[in-house]
Design a protein around this ligand. Sequence first.
Ligand code: 3Y8
Ligand code: NAP
Length: 248
Amino acid sequence: MRVLLLGGTTEASALARALESAGIETVFSYAGRTNAPIAQPVETRVGGFGGMEGLIDYLRTAHITHVVDATHPFAAQMSRNAHDACTATGLPLVRLERPAWEAQNGDDWLHVPDIESVCDALPYIPSRVFLAIGRMHVDLLLRQPQHHYLLRLVDEPTDPIALPKHSVVVARGPFDVAGDTSLLRKHRIDCIVAKNAGGAGAAAKITAARQLGLTVIMIDRPTLPRAKTAADSQSVLRWLGHNAERGV
Ligand code: 3Y8
Ligand code: NAP
């Protein structure tokens, strides 16, 4: 058995530790989006595969027998490629999925279907907005230049940020409620833009927003192809045990 673990999330790192402890041969895969991704206790590869075809080639040349998609719920292209490549090769695939966050008492959420819809949900009057969606989609907010944006990025930005009024905080999660509460207070934030990432690593800002009575513009998840899913590491290990006779 040789598992390809498509990673880049808190849950993927926890699963890598569980697979290593179970003595299951594993290759952890990063896209290579950050300068210094967290080291993993298993063999690790960094970089894209070259689309679905490149992934199919990789699965064959690397003698992969099982694929676990533990990527972020917004890493939709990777999940689609993994689904299509496993369908084409007949390799077993499971997706490690963390439940979406659900609004609780005291939450003030505005749901938007995708990142492109965030702008229309922002208030018109100049506000102070915590844009907690990384660096890839910042330019979409240029249509609302009147706000002051707080950006939290994993690495120092290499290109200038086009938003006329912004501050940058460089930090890698997982984050905690005390830290996010003081961040929101220090920057006098009025509203937060967040992806419905689920999981614990990004949830602190949602809890802090509830406690501070702030509006959250919540971006709903993209739809992914149907696949076998698992909720935690133990379910994946059971799935691997169940499928041990296939693909070896
Ligand atoms: C490269 C691996 C671990 C994984 C930790 C989780 C938690 C902290 C919270 C906020 C939101 C955001 C962002 C975020 C979080 C975890 C998890 C998570 C959100 C690393 C990592 C990689 C990435 C890529 C990066 C994206 C960006 C998104 C920042 C490592 C640290 C905003 C998503 O500069 C860039 O290009 C960054 C790109 C994709 C979204 C974007 O579009 O900018 N994650 N994040 C992975 C790879 O190369 O394959 O560097 O070690 C992983 C983590 N980020 O093991 O502890 O599990 O969700 N990541 C979002 O949720 O909105 C930050 O600030 O509150
Ligand atoms: P994406 O848009 O779904 O994928 C774009 C391309 O990046 C893929 O087609 C693939 O390139 C490559 N790629 C993505 N994940 C990869 C992986 N784990 N290993 C190897 N190649 C990968 O992905 P994304 O949203 O940019 O996310 C990139 C990484 O950051 C993923 O590991 C994800 O788990 C992590 N992450 C993303 C977010 C987020 O908000 N999107 C949040 C936290 C962590 P090829 O087509 O060339 O194979």
